[in-house]
Design a protein around this ligand. Sequence first.
Ligand code: ZN
Length: 571
Amino acid sequence: MPVSDAVLTQILAQLEAMQVSQQTMQAKLDALSLGVNKTPISPLEPKSTDRIPTLSSPAPAGQPSLAKVTTAASAEAIITTKSAMGVQSDDSGRAALSSSPPVTGAKGGLTDKEREKLLYPGRVNLTTYPDQHGIDPYRLHWGASTPEERGPVICSRLPSSIKHRNAIGAHSGSYSIYRALSIAMGALNPTHKPDYSNTEPPVSIPPNPTWSDPSKIVSFDPYGHLVPMVYRKQIEEQGLDIRPSIAVTKAHLKMSELDDAERRGDLKVDGHVVLRSRPIMNVDGTPSDAPPGVEVAVSKAAVEPVWYLPGVAERFGISESLLRRALFEDTGGMYPELITRPDIKVFLPPIGNLTVYIFGNPAFMSDESKELTLRVHDECNGSDVFGSDICTCKPYLTYAIEECIRGAQKGGVGVVVYFRKEGRALGEVTKYALSVSPFPIPPNIPLQPRYLVYNLRKRGGDSADKYFKSTEMIAGVKDMRFQALMPDVLHWLGIKKVDHMVSMSDMKYDAIVKSGIPILRRYDIPEHLIPPDSRVEIDAKIAAGYFSSGKKVTEADLVKTVGRTWEETEH
Ligand SMILES: [Zn+2]
C-alpha cells in the first residue's frame, strides 16, 4: 500500500519530537547526577590546598557548557576520591602518591562500592553516538601538513576530555589494563597530570614530508613524541588530556655477544659508538682484572600504536567497515565505538609497541649520501632474552647489531626496529606449541595450551618440511605479522633507501620496497651463527622463499633437516 507524504511527514515529526524529549531527559539526568556528585561522600573534608590543578580543572570560557559543568563537578569528586585513597598533595598542589602502600591501607574506611562511585560518578556509558547530546570530538585531520592542522589525538575518558575524544581505545597498548588495575586499587590518581618538563627528546627526529602523507604513516602518530610541545595550548589552556605516544631517549647497550665480538676483533672500541666498559667490580668492591668488555651508545625511540583506521584498512586491502567489525567482534566486543562511532577514525589498539635503536648519528638516517644498515626484528622472547636455541632470532639480532655498529663506524648509520610481535604475532602460547620446549612434558601428562605447537612438532617429528604445516594446523595461519604496517616507522625516521638489509624475510623486504623505500643489498644469517636445532626453522624458511645468499633448499632436503626430539631435549 502506498504511503502518502502526509503520513511520512507525521512520522518524521513524531520522531523529531521523540529525539528532542530524549535529549531533554538526558540533560536532566546529567544535571541530576552532577548535583548528587557535588556533595562530598567522604567524611574527610578536602583542604583548600588539596585542589588539584589537573587536566580536569575548569575549562576556560568558550568551552561547550556541558563539558564545563561536568569538569567542575568531577574535579570535586576527584578531590574527595584523592583524600579517600591516600593520595597526597605536594607544595605545588599537584597530586602525589602517598608513600604508604595504597592498595590495602588507604581506602579511607570506604567500601569498594563507595570508592567505585567516587572514581566513576557518572552513569556507565557503554557506548556513544555521533549525534548524541554533548558529543563534540576535536577535529582530527590525519595527514595534514602541520600538527596544528592535524589536531591532537584524544582518547581520554577523563571528564575534561571525554566529550572531545577523537580516538577509540586507550594509551599504552596492552599496558592500559595495568593502569586500570592501579586506579581500581587506589595506587594511581586517575587525574594524575604527567609533568612533561625536561622530557623533550634529547635526539631530534625532525618532521619530514611523509608525516603529512596520510598513506605513508597509518599505524602511529608521527607527532607522538612532540605532543607536549606542539599541543601545549590544548593541554594547558583547554585542559585536554592529551598524551605522548612516542618517547625518544639515549642509552648504552651492554651485551655479552658484543663483548665476544670485541674479543674476537670483530668490533673495535672507537670511544664514540663503541666504548670500553668500566671495570667489573669484585664482591669486596675492588676493581676486577677481568676484561670489562664494551658498551654501545645508541639513540632509541619507543612508539605506541595509534591506528588511522581508513589507512590501515587500505593497507590490508579490506573495507574500513569490515576492519572495524572484525576488531570489535574478535576483541570480545571490547570497543563498541568501533561500530557506533564511524565518525571517529583513530583507534589505539591493545597491542605491543615497537622500539627503534639507532647506531651512529640519527641525522644520517635521512641523508641519502650515508649508508644505512637495517634490521626489522619481531620479538622472540625465548631466544632474544633467554637464549633458547630452537630458532635463529637472537644470533640474527646480535649479528645485525654488529653490522649496524660497523656501518656507523664507517660513517654510516644503523637502525634496528624491534616489534612486539611474539611468535609471528601468534603469541607465545601458540608458538610454544610450535617450537622446541626446553622443558619436556612426560607423555602421560595431557597437553597444555602453551605447549600446543611445540609439542606437535616434537611428537610429529620435527622436520623442516613440517614446520609451516605444524603452525598452520594449530594456529590456522602460517604467520600473522602481516608486515604491511611495518614500513611506517622507516618513513617516520626519514629513511629513503636501505643500503644493507639484515633479514631473510621476503614479507619484510616486499613491504618495505612496496612502500617506496628501495633495498640495495640483503644479508642472510652467516652459517656459523645458526644453532643446530634451529636448522629446522631456517631451512623451512628458505624453502618457503625466504632470501638466502647461497644455500638452496629443496623439498627433499627439508625432510632430512630434523631438530631434537623430546628424548634428546631431556639432557
Ligand atoms: Zn625465535
